[in-house]
Ligand binder design. Structure first.
Ligand SMILES: *Cc1c(COP(=O)(O)O)cnc(C)c1O
Length: 464
């Protein structure tokens, strides 16, 4: 499979290079040149497959011939064997024809595990084959960091540096990052906010001279195509378990960077009958405003009880816009330049088409807590604040009661006890494998919001 940049001015790449590359050289994001498409008969034939076998079917065409089938299947098997539930992505029913897809059964208790536990294995495999070493620098508002560290800690081909905003991630999130043992793992608590971390990350990719050409810099945030690819699988899995592809499905997705819901859009384009995709946001609602009012305007960052969705701009939205603009990279490139500095409106016809599939909704902290409390009262089921935003948006935007409504359960409630307590409920207990999290030793380095300090720390560490 060939991959092209959304800005139309970077070389076409094969899977291996897309895996190892972050942004395209023209500043765009890589997307498949052509998507595989499946008939209903083919999709139906996958109905009884266990998660890891379904994952192999869905992922294989994206990898092309880059990795032998047996190696790919065994990496996928190992990845999902590490999840705490045999179904990997179980469905919990919360009302008539309404479900939560539990994507928090992985080692770090958020949906990021689906992609990052696999990504670590894919990177190690490819770097070993090439006899190369890589450096991961990542910026996280919480969940990406622990999942990436967990996924990469075993690789002796990788050094991993994770920046997070000092004192601004939840205690469970921080401890999940800082207590993972690994000689190749460095946690950097940056005196700044998530945007500052992301800004430094972008600057590292833009000028990699501090790596002296001896190491490859690898992205683990959702601009990395391999993350999106792994997330397509659970849309198929959920649908097949509820009577798909012979029924339409609706999905509500707690959204920040637009990676997770973009995977749902791809599943739809690959032939899965999806009737509705709901973009559920917190107060950081740039996507809600873009979809409902066709106005793309940056607002300052708001800190909320759902920190993993606290964003100013959503980088993966560019991948959808690429289709909205008829895959015209030059037109999109111009638009993206404009979006940096001013409020823009998108092509009206293109956005009307987007709204046939997508709806959007924004939920503030108070309503998030009310929703947690309400659902707990109705069912005894405890939602984390991100998932609660998804459930609320699902109930507000639902188009018909006959189509199963599936909210993606993006995190385990134990990660975000502040919202649970605000809802007047008791915080849940840590799952078995994290029982002693609060006794484990933490390792992190506090760092100024300073690019030179970051670069010299990385260089000093890897070339020591
Ligand atoms: C990352 C994350 C999200 C947002 O996902 P995107 O792919 O960035 O839209 C939502 N909920 C949780 C718990 C997350 O960790």
């Amino acid at each position: 499979m060939k991959y092209i940049s959304t800005r139309g001015n970077a070389p076409e790449l094969e899977f291996e290079d897309v895996l190892l590359t972050g942004l395209a050289s023209d500043g765009g994001l890589y997307v498949p040149k052509e998507l595989p498409h499946y008939s209903l008969d083919e999709i139906r034939s996958w109905r009884d497959l266990p998660y890891a076998e379904l994952a192999f079917k869905v992922i294989k065409p994206f990898v092309g011939g880059a990795i032998e089938d047996s190696a790919l299947q065994s990496m996928i098997n190992d990845t999902y064997a590490g999840f705490a539930h045999n179904a990997v992505a179980p469905l919990a029913q919360i009302d008539n024809n309404e479900y939560v897809l539990e994507l928090f059964q992985g080692p770090t208790l958020a949906f990021k595990d689906f992609a990052l536990q696999l990504l670590g294995r894919l990177l190690d495999h490819v770097l070993t084959k090439r006899n190369e070493r890589g450096v991961i620098i990542g910026a996280t508002s919480g969940d990406t960091g622990s999942a990436a560290i967990e996924g990469c800690k075993h690789s002796d081909r990788l050094d991993i540096f994770i920046m997070y905003p000092h004192n601004r991630v939840s205690e469970v999130q921080r401890r999940q990052m800082t207590t993972i043992k690994g000689d190749n793992v460095y946690n950097l608590a940056v005196e700044g906010n998530f945007d500052d971390c992301q800004g430094m990350l972008k600057a590292c990719f833009a000028d990699q001279s501090f790596l002296k050409g001896e190491r490859r810099l690898i992205a683990v945030n959702s601009i990395n195509w391999a993350r999106i690819m792994a997330q397509v699988v659970y849309y198929f899995y959920a649908s097949l378990n509820l009577g798909g592809p012979d029924r339409d499905m609706a999905f509500s997705v707690p959204t920040g960077n637009f990676g997770d819901i973009f995977a749902g859009y791809l599943a739809h384009k690959m032939g899965l009958p999806v009737k509705q995709l709901i973009v559920a946001t917190n107060k950081n609602d740039i996507l809600h405003r873009a979809i409902s009012q066709n106005k793309y305007e940056k607002h300052p960052l708001a800190q909320t009880l759902s920190p993993s969705m606290d964003i100013v701009v959503s980088s993966n939205f560019e991948r959808l816009l690429f289709d909205v603009y008829g895959r015209d990279g030059a037109a999109l490139s111009q638009l993206m330049q404009k979006m940096n500095t001013e409020t823009v409106e998108f092509d009206a016809q293109g956005m009307a088409a987007v709204r046939q599939l997508f709806d959007s909704y924004s939920v503030d902290d108070d309503v998030t807590c009310e929703t947690i409390k309400q659902l707990y009262g109705e069912t005894g089921y405890l939602l984390d604040p991100h998932t609660a935003i998804g459930v609320k948006a699902a109930r507000e935007c639902r188009r018909d009661a006959k189509t199963p409504m599936i909210t993606l359960g993006t995190a385990h409630p134990v990660k975000f006890t502040q919202a649970i307590e605000k809802a007047g409920l008791e915080a849940p207990k840590l799952p078995h494998h994290l029982q002693d999290l609060f006794e484990r030793e933490e390792r992190f380095t506090v760092m100024q919001n300073d690019l030179d300090e970051l670069k010299s720390f990385v260089a000093k560490t890897i070339f020591a």
